[in-house]
Design a protein around this ligand. Structure first.
Ligand code: S3P
Length: 452
C-alpha cells in the first residue's frame, strides 16, 4: 500500500532554519495534540555515535578527509568544537559535508565543554590521555553528575594522570596525558564508550591495548579504526588495538537507528500507522530493537542491504527483556517501554541498571513518564515491570533533561493519548535530533507548539 504522506527529504540545514524560526527546537516546553497515526517515510539525522567518532578519528589522523551527513545535534557540535581546540581545522563545504584536517597540533587551548554528551566527553578523554599535554573536560549540569571513573581508572592504569571532582568520579575532569602503556582491561559495565576511550588512548600507547567486554557492545570504533588504517582485532567480546598512526579518509554517516526507533513505535501506537525510515546504519549492535518489537508481534522489517526500516500498526504482546538484551537496546528502552504499556500482558525489563547512569536516571524517568500517561508500572533496582493494556491519557511529562524521554513522550502524546500533552525540558531534544518536532508534525499531522 503506498504511503499517503510520503515525505520529501529536505537537507537538515533547511529543517534547522525553519524550526528555529518556529522556536520548536529551543522551546523549554512543547505541547503536542493527539491522537493520530504516524504515516509516511523519512530520513533521520546522521548517526550520533558514528558522528562523534568520525570527528575524533579525523582529528587524530594525518591528512584531510571529508565527513558527509554528520549529526547536527548539539552533542556532536560540542565534539566538533573540541577538536578545533586541538588545532584541527574543520571547514563546512556545504551540502552537508565537512572537511577535517588533522592531526592534532597541540593540547587543547581551553576547557573542552561537551554539553550533555557522555559519548563526547568519554571518547575525548581517551584522546586526551594519548596527548602529551593538559586537557580539562566538562559538561552541563546533567553530564557533571554522570560517572567518569569508568574511564578515569583504566586511563590512569595506562599511565595518564586523571583528576576530577570526588576523586575523579565526576567532571570537570583534568587529564595530563602521554607516555601510555597498553593494558588488558575488563570494564564492569558493557559500555562502548569505555571500550572506545581505551582503544583511542591505545593508539599512542606502548604495546597492545585490549578490552574484554562482559557483553559485546556497538562496534563503531573498531569498524572506523579499520577505515582509518588502524590495527584493530575483534574476537567476540575481546577487542585489541596496536599503536600506530591513522590516515585520513572520507566518511559517510548513515542514519541513526536509535532515532528511527521513535518512528517505529509511533507507527505501532495507533491504528493505520505505517512508517518507513531509509538509509539507516545496519551494523552490529544498533538495531536489536527491531528484534524486540518482532518478539512483541510487530509487523516490522529491516532490510540489511539498504538500511530501510518499515513498520505497520500491529497488536502487540508483552516481552521479557533481560541483561543479555540490554546492551543492544540501551538507548531504546524508554520508547520500547511505551510500546509495552499498550501491549497485552506484563512486560518485565531487568538487568538494566546501567540506565540509571544515562542522560537521566532512565529507569526512574521512564517509570515516571509511563505513570503520567496512565500506565501501571513498578520500578525495580535494575528495571521496570509494565502492566500492558493501558488506555493512555494526555500528560505533563518532565524530560529530566533527557532527549530520549522527551522524544518518547512526544510520540505518545501525538499518537496514543487523546488531547494535549506537554513535555517539559523539550530543548534537550536539540542535543541529538534538531527537527524532531517538525518530523512529528509531518508524520502525524499533530500540532506542536511551544507551551507555557
Ligand atoms: C554510545 C554508547 C552507549 C549509548 C550512547 C552512545 C557510544 O553508552 O548509550 O548513547 O556511542 O559509544 P554506554 O557506553 O555508556 O553504554
Amino acid at each position: 500500500m503506498p504511503l499517503a504522506c510520503a515525505q520529501r527529504h529536505p537537507p537538515d540545514g533547511e529543517l534547522n532554519v525553519m524550526d528555529s524560526i518556529l522556536g520548536l527546537d529551543s522551546a523549554a516546553s512543547l505541547r503536542v495534540t493527539g491522537a493520530r497515526p504516524a504515516r509516511g517515510s523519512l530520513r533521520v539525522p546522521g548517526d550520533k555515535s558514528i558522528s562523534h567518532r568520525a570527528l575524533l578519528l579525523s582529528a587524530i589522523a594525518r591528512g584531510a578527509g571529508t565527513i558527509t551527513g554528520l549529526s547536527l545535534g548539539q552533542d556532536v557540535t560540542h565534539t566538533r568544537r573540541a577538536i578545533e581546540r586541538f588545532g584541527v581545522s574543520v571547514a563546512d563545504l556545504g551540502d552537508g559535508r565537512l572537511r577535517v584536517e588533522g592531526p592534532i597540533r597541540h593540547e587543547p587551548d581551553d576547557v573542552l565543554d561537551h554539553g550533555n554528551a557522555g559519548t563526547g566527553i568519554r571518547l575525548t578523554a581517551g584522546v586526551c590521555a594519548g596527548i602529551d599535554g593538559l586537557s580539562v573536560l566538562t559538561g552541563d549540569q546533567y553530564l557533571r553528575r554522570r560517572p567518569m571513573d569508568r574511564v578515569a581508572e583504566p586511563l590512569r592504569a595506562m599511565g595518564a594522570t586523571v583528576d576530577g571532582r570526588e576523586g575523579g568520579r565526576l567532571a570537570p575532569m583534568v587529564i595530563r596525558g602521554g607516555n601510555l602503556t597498553g593494558i588488558t582491561y575488563a570494564p564492569q559495565q558493557a559500555s562502548a564508550q569505555v571500550k572506545s576511550a581505551l582503544l583511542l588512548a591505545g593508539l599512542s600507547a606502548r604495546g597492545t591495548t585490549t578490552v574484554e567486554e562482559i557483553h559485546p557492545t556497538r562496534r563503531h570504533t573498531e569498524e572506523m579504526l579499520q577505515q582509518f588504517g588502524g590495527r584493530v582485532r575483534v574476537d567476540g567480546a575481546r577487542v585489541s588495538v596496536e599503536p600506530g598512526e591513522l590516515t585520513a579518509t572520507d566518511i559517510v554517516v548513515p542514519g541513526d537507528p536509535s532515532q528511527a526507533a521513535f518512528w517505529a513505535v509511533a507507527a505501532l501506537l495507533a491504528d493505520q500507522g505505517e512508517v518507513v525510515v531509509e538509509g539507516l546504519y545496519t551494523g552490529f549492535g544498533r538495531s536489536d530493537f527491531v528484534q524486540i518489537l518482532e518478539r512483541m508481534g510487530a509487523d516490522i522489517s529491516f532490510d540489511l542491504t539498504t538500511g530501510t526500516l518499515a513498520v505497520r500498526s500491529s497488536r502487540l504482546r508483552a516481552v521479557e527483556i533481560t541483561a543479555e538484551d540490554v546492551p543492544g537496546i540501551v538507548d531504546e528502552v524508554p520508547v520500547l517501554a511505551m510500546a509495552a504499556a499498550v501491549a497485552e500482558g506484563t512486560t518485565v525489563i531487568s538487568g538494566a541498571a546501567e540506565l540509571r547512569a544515562k542522560e537521566s536516571d532512565r529507569i526512574a524517568s521512564t517509570a515516571a513518564m509511563l505513570r503520567a500517561f496512565g500506565a501501571q508500572v513498578t520500578e525495580t533496582e535494575d528495571g521496570i515491570v509494565i502492566e500492558g493494556g493501558a488506555r493512555l491519557r494526555p500528560a505533563r511529562v518532565d524530560s529530566h533533561g533527557d532527549h530520549r524521554i522527551a522524544m518518547t513522550a512526544a510520540v505518545v502524546g501525538a499518537c496514543a493519548a487523546e488531547g494535549d500533552t506537554v513535555i517539559e525540558g523539550w530543548d534537550s531534544v536539540a542535543t541529538s535530533y534538531p527537527g524532531f518536532a517538525r518530523h512529528l508534525m509531518e508524520l502525524t499531522g499533530t500540532t506542536a507548539e511551544p507551551a507555557a
